[in-house]
Design a protein around this ligand. Structure first.
Ligand code: SF4
Ligand code: SF4
Length: 716
């Protein structure tokens, strides 16, 4: 099965489990090193199944970056799927890294990327199966190692009173978007890396080597690491709470006055020269995203008020198009892949998109390389490009209006008018598409019954655009699929103060949409589906939770909660038991609108965007309902300019000049632009209808004339 000398799992187990390839680690471009010749062994983990983790870009970037260091060997770890999890617990098989198949507990670091909150019980699974104590504090003592897989049932106390030396057990470090509120899982991690991995990791690894050589204790190393910008070591920081349960204070413990009060996010300044993937790992089995990924841009110029990525990855930075062309060529060559995808939060905003896509089509299209273009706004250019790279008959177009009414789209700052949507859909239908997917969120701030019904109305208007096309020119039946998720307020967004609802309320909201869809005249062309409401509430608890939530996560894990993002394993009852056992008041975290002066559990992180900016945006949404321009149109002084890079600066005569705030002029201009857009859309539509009517009239007249002529012939 494998050409390596050893596999961590014996053959009888490999033959018994589903998809054994998940655990063999022999993929193309896997990095192997002599472990006796490196100073650091880094296990990079994704707390979900292999197919999901292998598709994650960030891990591949860090994997290349770490392995470029001669003194470091980075390997990968994914969550064992439930079948293997069971066997590993029964037989106490320790969790292992794919490349060497060595136990994770022998490594220097266990890095866990935190992409979504629902992976938190899987984080505990990784620690537990590795034989590591779940709590960082318990890892400070000598002999803290435990029997792998016993964490769900026992909490063996075997550590000695002596301080552990650095290197006895791996340092557990977390990163990724969920690290922007690390508090609900703070107890389980030795440290968090706040920001983009390409920045201070080298400094951290150098420090580790220096400390290990000097024979320092684990705690001494953690204290030194806490002095590196962007590194947060939770065990040296403590929260204090008020009687009503809200935070009174948060900061470094009095014995560590030298530690920073705020942890500053790290961001890559020059995105064109930032480290990227050297040789992409190519799996032997089907994974969620199995293609070359070209990251064209980081951060988003838009400021949708619910969107955490749009805020925490500011400022928007683009990669030079020539660099991208070279990377595309190299990555396709060394991977042998036949598909390439552009990755960013909003690809249409990449300034050289046309040049890049034309290059990719010209250069690789003829070599049968597919080009995938997600995250596009539907405009004339995007449709043109998509028609060149997609099979129009098979593919469906995706719009994410997020709200059904214009009022609510303005509240969430979607920057999308109804005319934009209908015009885009109309153009797409005239270009041959007949399938459209629409994404919305329910339960957003200020949302009312009418906004919900407007989701169905918008779908109907889109269907009208289709049926306006003469029958003979249509591409079969039109199919519009509406998907609604439920809104989860996230830290570092203008909606971080917002209230959530009970699962039953969310289901009521979905029922309103469903009923309204059935009322629509084209209801047979509209499909509607909605997400799990109970999962949403749990996500909401984790997203804005504080340190007290950790014990509920641990209790749910001990009740057997794992793979919570997977419908087949999701079990709300386990969470209810955990909440009642730990006395957690769910409503305190989810159904409470935060006071504007409340100290929030994540306020100690400086992500660039200021709390004042977020609060102004919250007011604009909930009081004024006004739109804020995107970073290209105007600098709204969000705070991210202090990173000294990206969209925040213009090049004027070769000099970097900070962008200016022209809000008043922009707002005046925008009102005119929107009015013109609306008038143009309506005039074009009226002209199209008139032309179709005239054509129909002419056809009718011609038919009548022909009939009359036939009649005359008959008479004569
Ligand atoms: S366009 Fe809006 S939703 Fe999309 S990434 Fe940007 S800010 Fe987020
Ligand atoms: S400082 Fe201005 S240009 Fe820079 S990210 Fe913030 S709003 Fe955008």
């Amino acid at each position: 099965m494998s050409n390596r000398e050893k596999t961590a799992l014996p053959e009888d187990i490999l033959l018994k489990i589903e998809k054994p390839e998940r655990y063999l680690g022999n993929e193309l471009n896997t990095v192997r090193k002599d472990k006796s010749k490196v100073d650091i062994r880094f296990a990079m983990a994704f707390p979900d199944v292999y197919e999901i983790g292998m598709s994650h870009l960030g891990i591949q970037i860090l994997y290349s970056m770490f392995n470029r260091r001669g003194d470091t060997w980075c390997e990968r770890v994914y969550s064992p799927w439930a079948d293997l999890d069971r066997i590993m617990r029964e037989k106490h098989i320790p969790l292992f890294a794919l490349e060497s198949q060595d136990p994770v507990r022998e490594f220097d670091f266990l890095g866990i990327t935190l992409q979504y909150e629902l992976c938190y019980t899987n984080v505990l699974q990784l620690l537990d199966l590795s034989g590591l104590p779940l709590h960082a504090a318990d890892r400070l003592k000598k002999n803290a190692e435990r029997v792998p897989g016993t964490g769900m049932t026992a909490d063996a106390e075997q550590a000695s009173g002596e301080d552990a030396l650095l290197g006895e057990l791996p340092i557990v470090i977390g990163g990724g978007p969920c690290a922007y509120n690390p508090e609900p899982i703070a107890d389980f991690f030795d440290m968090f890396y706040i920001g983009e991995g390409e920045t201070v990791y080298d400094q951290l690894l150098d420090l580790y080597i220096e400390c290990k050589k000097a024979g320092t204790t684990r705690k001494e190393f953690l204290l030194k690491a806490a002095g590196i910008e962007g590194i947060y070591v939770p065990m040296f920081y403590s929260p204090a709470y008020q009687k009503d349960g809200t935070l009174r204070s948060f900061g470094p413990d009095p014995q560590y006055p030298e530690l920073p009060k705020r942890i500053r996010k790290q961001a890559v300044k020059d995105f064109s020269t930032a480290p990227y993937i050297d040789r992409p790992l190519v799996p032997y089995m089907r994974v969620t995203q199995d293609r070359v990924v070209l990251e064209i841009m980081r951060g988003c110029i838009r400021g949708c008020r619910f969107c955490q990525a749009g805020m925490i990855y500011r400022p928007n930075r683009v990669k030079n198009v020539e660099v991208l062309k070279k990377q595309a060529e190299h990555l396709l060559k060394v991977s042998g892949q036949d598909e390439i995808t552009l990755s960013s939060l909003s690809s249409s905003d990449y300034p050289c998109l046309q040049e890049l896509v034309t290059y990719l089509i010209d250069e690789f299209g003829k070599k049968q390389v597919n080009i995938a273009l997600p995250s596009l706004r539907i405009d004339a250019f995007s449709l043109d490009v998509m028609s060149k790279v997609q099979d129009v008959n098979k593919s469906s177009l995706t719009f994410a209006p997020e709200a059904g009414s214009q009022r609510l789209r303005d509240v969430i700052n979607k920057g999308l008018t109804e005319e934009d949507i209908l015009h885009g859909a109309g153009e797409a239908f005239r270009g041959g598409w007949n399938k459209v997917k629409l994404y919305f969120m329910l339960g957003q701030p200020t949302e009312n019954e009418e906004d919900r019904k407007d989701i169905a109305h918008l779908a109907q208007k889109i269907a009208d655009e289709y049926y306006e096309i003469p029958k003979e020119k249509r591409n079969g039946k039109c199919m519009i699929t509406i998907s609604t998720s439920f809104f989860v307020p996230k830290p570092f967004t203008p909606f971080q103060w917002a209230v959530m609802y009970d699962p039953e309320d969310y289901l009521d909201f979905a029922a309103t949409v469903s009923r309204e869809v059935r009322e629509m005249k084209n209801s047979r062309s509209i499909r509607y589906n909605w997400h799990e409401a109970y999962v949403t509430v749990l996500e909401g608890l984790f997203a804005r939770g504080d340190r007290r939530v950790a014990k509920t996560i641990e209790s749910a894990y001990r009740h057997g909660a794992i793979f919570d993002a997977w419908t087949e394993y999701w079990d709300w009852n386990k969470w209810l038991s955990a909440m009642s056992e730990t006395g957690l008041d769910l409503a305190f975290y989810t159904k409470r609108q935060r006071a504007e002066d409340e100290l929030l559990p994540w306020d100690f992180i400086d992500c660039g965007v200021t709390k004042k900016f977020l609060l102004d945006e919250w007011h604009r949404a909930t009081i004024d309902g006004t739109v804020t321009p995107n970073c290209k149109e105007n600098c709204n002084a969000c705070g991210a300019m202090k990173y000294g890079c990206g969209i925040c600066y213009d090049l004027v005569d070769g000099e970097k000049v900070p962008r200016k705030n022209h809000y008043r002029e922009w707002a005046e201009k925008q009102a005119v632009v929107n009015a013109e857009k609306k008038a143009k859309f309506e005039a074009e539509k009226a002209a199209r209808i008139a032309a179709q009517e005239a054509a129909r009239e002419a056809a009718r007249a011609a038919a009548e004339a022909a009939k009359a002529a036939e009649g005359e012939e008959g008479l004569s």
